[in-house]
Design a protein around this ligand. Sequence first.
Ligand SMILES: [Zn+2]
Length: 334
Amino acid sequence: MTALNRREALVVGGAAAATAALASLAPAARAARPAAPVGGQPAGFYRFKIGSHEALALCDAWNTMSPAHPLFAPEATPEQFAEVMGEHFLPADRVTLYVNVLCVRMGGEVVLIDTGNAPGRGPTSGLTAAHLAAAGVPPDEVTAIFISHAHPDHVGGLVSADGGLVYPNARCFINRVEHEFWTGASPDLSRSGVPEGRRAGMVAAAQASLEAVREKLEPVRGGDTTLPGVELVETFGHTPGHTSIILSDGDQRLAAMGDLAHNHVVMFARPDWTIAFDTDPRAAAQARKTMFRRLADERLRVFGYHVPWPAVGHIAAHAEGFVWVPQPWDWSGG
Ligand SMILES: [Zn+2]
């Protein structure tokens, strides 16, 4: 499947790229480096608040995947996929996969939700640490990282190209089920749409990242207490231990939904449609619908890992499914 091969070059290939002989800078040197240009846009970070917590949306990557179908919505016909995309004024032959990392300064903690792709992969990928530094946060100030799941576009950014830790002072929380799955003897990706010959590479990428931070890892379960104001919600399916993270300060809350959606249209309008990278597509769709319903009912603000920049918005029930409602850009940073 051509789409999967290309997707893989973008996502699964992260491990190979990370170990390739790319020029690499030590974390301290990279922190001092100016932010990589974002396609001519001046900034790769966006400031906002969660109550009194200072939050940063960080651009890690944006990559265009073409063709988009059947990587997206393998259960839909090409015509059905094109119809939904067209209704939202989007072409059907390609999807831009945004990668957005969240950083929140809360109390004495500097928290990251996931870490993006491996640094140094290319001009439009692996930019989290550079954009964090540009926003005035050196990587060694990060004290805690919550890992939604162990796909390379989420954990690749833990490790620099020379094998060092990008965030040397951070504890890393990961769901126990997720950790046991990827570090187990033979992680089963047979229900996913990942081509058989490519599964080993995906597993190796996850294992390499998790091994690098082994001494920093703290396996947890949904509902466990970690840091004050952090709620872990098990939204299993995309991967066996995929977890959403709700951050709060007083009555102000923000849900980092991880990979419950990979686009701002398709999985909202048709929440039963999946992506080939779901480890368990049916469970992923169910988790998406259950969590989207909660987020809509509770009117929670949401941070979308793969929705368009700066990825802060709400989810509303709409027709047979849902709709992503971006929050208006706020120049005040409030
Ligand atoms: Zn992802």
